[in-house]
Each structure stands twice: as structure tokens, then as C-alpha cells.
Design a binder for this molecule. Structure first.
Ligand code: ATP
Ligand code: MG
Ligand code: FE
Length: 336
């Protein structure tokens, strides 16, 4: 089964051809990062317009790279939520048009199911059940993948998402947008123990997260330095902040792995490409005899190969979307 995956939920226009859920024949991503950098973040209206400009080109490229035409495609998978409504609508409309014209099955995919499914691509032996930490720009979910397409969220953020915290702190210390990769890079030159930032606990849950207190602690620290005329060492602030985030993510994830007795653990989403998080998780899993899975960085951030992978397993489960498929900006994981 060959699936054309389409993704346009935020600021990446992407298309990919994926065979049997795990073999990526092409993976084309047109990022708008440079465009939005001007404004310090994603401007929804600009994102939608850019998606319209790029979507056909990106799909054509994906087919060409796979040495295929639409006649070789068996089904269309497309992200229909969550995300920016105007951005999502571009991919959804395109997918519906192609599926209708070529009489192909249409499969609406949850963006976070896509992020999780990115793990299947390079880890051919990975099969559910396993535990997965989803850390992206808009989500921080501790998920139990019970089966393909079957998820239970056991922990979530009460406020900011992990990626959002990275982006906000990066802006505060003058690194600019997008913050995650920049903090990752400068942290390598900094001391992660230089500043004692808080590791927030959520009173009534061992699995939930909270990052807004940490973000405030960084802002307070920066203001304090300015008032007392203490020089700010950017790399130390970045490394100490990053360590605080990583510590909490590792602790909660490993708690879940132990409580539920999983021998397989995966990470997913843009923040899953963070080098400090990857090595800390690797070590924590090794210590517990747990197999650790993670996608390559290019499959962690938004792409359409992960949508093709997720769509394949939905296809096998019999999921089909109608011509009334619509963008659902606040779609919940596991809902249709
Ligand atoms: P969502 O998937 O929740 O809808 P999104 O699609 O915008 O949100 P992703 O593309 O999955 O998010 O990830 C982008 C986020 O990942 C950004 O917040 C970015 O700063 C963060 N990120 C990317 N690379 C790194 C890194 N190396 N270290 C930390 N964070 C990173
Ligand atoms: Mg993005
Ligand atoms: Fe994403």
C-alpha cells in the first residue's frame, strides 16, 4: 500500500510518499521558518497563504522523488487537526480534491498520532504497546500506545508545552525564533548547574507537567541580573533552563515506564530532537533495561512521512474519511 501523506498544520508545507507505513520513498518539507522569523513567531494568515503557494509544488516534488505519479498512489493521508485552522484547511482541501479526482480513499490523520508514528519509520521492529513522550511546540503528552491508533494520555502539561517554553525562553535571552534548536546549540557551551531553576511538580499528579513557573523563574532571574548589574551568561541560562526541562521530562516518563512496566519507550515531536533530552533518556532507559526509540531529527519536527506512516495503520484499521472532512483546530488525540 502506497500512501501520499500531506501535512500543513503549522508552518511546514510537506508531502511524502510512504510504502506500507515504514518505507519512506520521498519526504519533501518546505519550511516557512525564515518568513516567520521576521515576526518572532508564526503568523497564521501568512502561514495559510504560503501553504497555498507551495502545496502543489511540494506534492509534485514528493511524487517525482518517489518516481511515481498519482496513479501509483493507493490512498491519501492528511493532517486535519490539531493546528491552525487556515493552515490545516489548505492540506485538507488539497487532499480531498486529489482523492476525489483519482477516486482514492481519504484518511484524516491526527497530527500528534503522526508525531508518534514517526518512530515506526526507522525502528522497523517497534510495535505497540509502548510508552511515548510527545514533546512538541503545542503539546506535552505522556501517552500509552496500546495498539496502532489506540492511545491513552496519562500525563499532560497544565500550561505551556515544552517546545513553547523553549521558544519563549530563547526569545527572553535574545536567541530569537525558533528557540529550541538555538537553546540546544548554545547550551553545549554553558554550565547546566550554573543556575538553580525549579523542577515543577503538579500537586495531584505524578505524570502531569507545568512549565510556566520555570519560564517565570528564568524571566525573574534575567530581571534580577539587570537590576543588580550582574552580567548575564546566555549559555549558562540556556543550559540551566534546558537541564530543568529535561530533568522533569525524564523523571515523569521513567515513573510511567516503571509503574506500567513497559520495556519499550519512545519520544516524539520537535523537542524530541533535543540532544540533551535524547542522551538523558537514553541513559535512563539503559539503566532500567528499557529499549529507547526516537526518530531522526528531521522526522521529529513537522513532516509528512509521519502522516503517511500513521495513515497506513489507520488504513489497515478501516478508517476512511468522507468528503465532509474538515479542519479541526483543537482535535483531541484518539477522537475522530
Ligand atoms: P504541535 O506538533 O504540538 O502541533 P508544532 O508542530 O509547532 O506543534 P513541532 O514541529 O513538532 O511543533 O516542534 C516544533 C517545536 O520543537 C518548537 O517549539 C521548537 O522550538 C522545538 N524544537 C525543535 N528542535 C529542538 C531542539 N533541538 N531542542 C529543543 N526544542 C526543539
Ligand atoms: Mg513548525
Ligand atoms: Fe508538530
Amino acid at each position: 500500500i502506497v500512501i501520499l501523506g500531506i501535512e500543513s498544520s503549522c508552518d511546514e508545507t510537506a508531502a511524502s510518499v510512504v510504502r506500507n507505513g515504514r518505507e519512506v520513498l520521498s519526504n519533501v518539507i518546505s519550511s516557512q521558518i525564515a518568513l516567520h522569523t521576521l515576526y518572532g513567531g508564526v503568523v497564521p494568515e501568512i502561514a495559510s497563504r504560503k501553504h497555498i503557494e507551495k502545496i502543489n509544488v511540494v506534492i509534485e516534488e514528493a511524487l517525482a522523488e518517489a518516481h511515481m505519479t498519482l496513479d501509483d498512489i493507493d490512498a491519501i493521508g492528511v493532517t486535519y487537526g490539531p493546528g491552525l485552522v487556515g493552515a490545516l484547511l489548505v492540506g485538507v482541501s488539497e487532499a480531498k480534491a486529489i482523492a476525489y479526482a483519482k477516486n482514492l480513499p481519504l484518511i484524516g490523520v491526527h497530527h500528534i498520532e503522526g508525531h508518534i508514528s514517526a518512530n515506526y519509520i526507522e525502528n522497523k521492529d517497534l510495535e505497540p504497546p509502548f510508552a511515548c513522550l510527545v514533546v512538541s511546540g503545542g503539546h506535552t503528552h505522556l501517552v500509552i500506545v496500546k495498539d496502532y491508533g489506540k492511545y491513552e494520555i496519562v500525563g499532560r502539561t497544565r500550561d505551556d508545552a515544552a517546545g513553547e517554553a523553549f521558544d519563549k525562553v530563547a526569545r527572553a535571552i535574545g536567541l530569537g525564533y525558533p528557540g529550541g534548536p538555538k537553546i540546544d546549540k548554545v547550551s553545549k557551551e554553558g554550565n547546566p548547574n550554573a543556575i538553580a531553576f525549579p523542577r515543577a511538580k503538579v500537586a495531584d499528579s505524578a505524570y502531569d507537567f507545568s512549565f510556566s513557573g520555570l519560564k517565570s523563574a528564568v524571566l525573574n532571574y534575567l530581571n534580577g541580573c539587570k537590576m543588580k548589574n550582574i552580567p548575564i551568561v546566555q549559555a549558562d541560562v540556556a543550559a540551566s533552563f534546558q537541564k530543568a526541562v529535561v530533568d522533569v521530562l525524564v523523571e515523569h516518563a521513567m515513573h510511567a515506564v516503571e509503574e506500567y512496566g513497559f520495556k519499550k519507550f519512545a519520544i516524539a515531536g520537535g523537542v524530541a530532537s533535543n540532544s540533551a533530552l535524547r542522551s538523558a533518556m537514553e541513559e535512563a532507559c539503559k539503566k532500567r533495561g528499557v529499549a529507547f526509540y526516537h526518530p531522526s531529527p528531521i522526522l521529529c519536527t513537522d513532516n509528512a512521512a509521519m502522516i503517511g506512516a500513521a495513515a497506513y495503520y489507520e488504513y489497515l484499521a478501516g478508517t476512511r474519511s468522507g468528503w465532509d472532512l474538515n479542519a479541526v483546530p483543537n482535535l483531541k488525540l484518539g477522537e475522530r
